[in-house]
Design a protein. Structure first.
Length: 182
């Protein structure tokens, strides 16, 4: 029953151990990059649970995490839903991470129409747009969201990454919305 990440994190929530599990996952990603031969100056994007983003790493995990941070450009990914769940906590946590030299990615943009208005507050260095969300429900609001992401990238130099590129049409859509990576 704990074989899926969603089930595992739900069990950790019930047990009050989300921060511990999140740090184990972050560290596994860092160790995998180190052991897998990811070269400097690579970027390592790591998913994080926003409600525990600011929790310090457990002492036994410090060495791997810090070693990866010295070798790679570290980017912590938060889902766009986190922006509207508890914006004050998220902004404080993002500030804490940035003080440690970590960058931020906003993942799965396009699902919540409120999130583009918060781009200025979060100032992510990477914005990931899920093409499935953009394709599935085309509307003026979605077009406005894509425009907000493009404007943010132009103002700040943030990278725009298109997720779920599976066809030539997807690649054309990714380019049309301003993605420079996929």
């Amino acid at each position: 029953p704990l074989g899926s990440p969603a089930n595992l994190f739900e069990a950790a929530r019930r047990a009050g151990r989300v921060a511990e599990l999140d740090w184990l996952c972050r560290t596994a990603a860092a160790e995998g990059a180190l052991e897998g031969g990811l070269r400097t100056p690579s970027v390592l994007l790591v998913n994080v649970e926003p409600q525990v983003l600011h929790k310090p790493e457990p002492p036994r995990l410090k060495q791997s995490w810090r070693r990866a941070g010295e070798r790679f450009r570290m980017v912590l990914e938060v889902k766009e839903r986190a922006l509207t769940d508890d914006p004050a906590q998220l902004l404080w946590s993002i500030g804490w991470a940035r003080d440690l030299g970590v960058e931020v990615a906003l993942d799965a943009v396009g699902g919540d129409l409120r999130s583009p208005s918060l781009l200025e507050l979060l100032r992510p260095e990477v914005v990931k747009i899920d093409l499935r969300l953009v394709r599935a429900r085309p509307s003026r609001d979605r077009a406005a969201a894509v425009h907000a992401v493009s404007a943010h990238a132009e103002r700040t130099g943030a990278a725009v990454v298109a997720q779920c590129i599976e066809t030539d049409a997807d690649l054309d859509l990714a380019r049309a919305i301003g993605a420079t990576r996929g």
